[in-house]
Design a protein. Structure first.
Length: 214
């Protein structure tokens, strides 16, 4: 019997026979596996879709990949040790998904929002051999949670789409604007877009990422 994944998840099978490309979704802080999964019907049916639930329960509801201490004296403070643990948990979960479901290990896409994007980029930069694509919505690169020596990795097979709201009140757009130059410095194929919204995904943003995926 195929073992369960380490993380709770929602699953939508592909309509292809045999191994299909897969999109693995990572939700934002305080959300859960149902949030991004609501996009599943809008995504091409050839993709298997798996939406993971972050491991840290919050009160009264929702989950997090790592804690954020908003009352820290220096402003928001991320628990980078928890983030690194979640980074490796997700990397391990990718292997479990490939073992459990009929998915193509050479066609794995991570799609993240906010904290899920920060983790998606950390997994991609730390373990690029596990992924083909990253779709990072409303997030940024946190260098503090990347695997030591990551810059020596082979990123030649990795493609990244990053987008942000120009009036995002949660994660400053200036942080996101550093993503593209940072990735290009590593010779990673990267597309960056901004939309006139806050901390969310504009409809035109969604159309663009679908086109990019195609």
């Amino acid at each position: 019997m195929k073992k369960q994944l380490s993380l709770e998840h929602n699953y939508r099978p592909s309509d292809l026979n045999g191994k299909s490309p897969v999109i693995i979704m990572l939700h934002g802080y305080g959300s859960d596996e149902n949030d991004l999964f609501s996009f599943a019907t809008e995504l091409p049916s050839k993709y298997a879709i798996i939406s993971l639930k972050a491991p840290i329960p919050m009160q009264p509801f929702g989950n997090a990949w790592y804690n954020i201490y908003f009352d820290n004296a220096n402003g928001k403070f991320s628990d980078d040790e928890q983030a690194i643990a979640s980074r490796d948990l997700i990397a391990n979960c990718i292997d479990e998904i490939i073992e459990k479901y009929e998915v193509d290990p050479d066609h794995v896409t991570l799609l993240g929002f906010s904290q899920g994007t920060i983790l998606s980029l950390a997994v991609a930069l730390s373990y690029p051999e596990k992924l083909r694509n990253v779709i990072g919505l409303s997030g940024y690169v946190n260098e503090g949670i990347l695997k030591e020596g990551y810059e020596k990795n082979d990123f030649s097979g990795l493609h990244i789409y990053s987008s942000h709201g120009s009036v995002d009140q949660v994660i400053p757009v200036d942080w996101a604007r550093k993503t593209e130059p940072f990735l290009k410095e590593l010779n990673i194929d990267c597309t960056y877009s901004e939309f006139p919204v806050g901390h969310g995904v504009a409809p035109q943003n969604f159309y663009e990422l679908k086109e990019w995926l195609g």
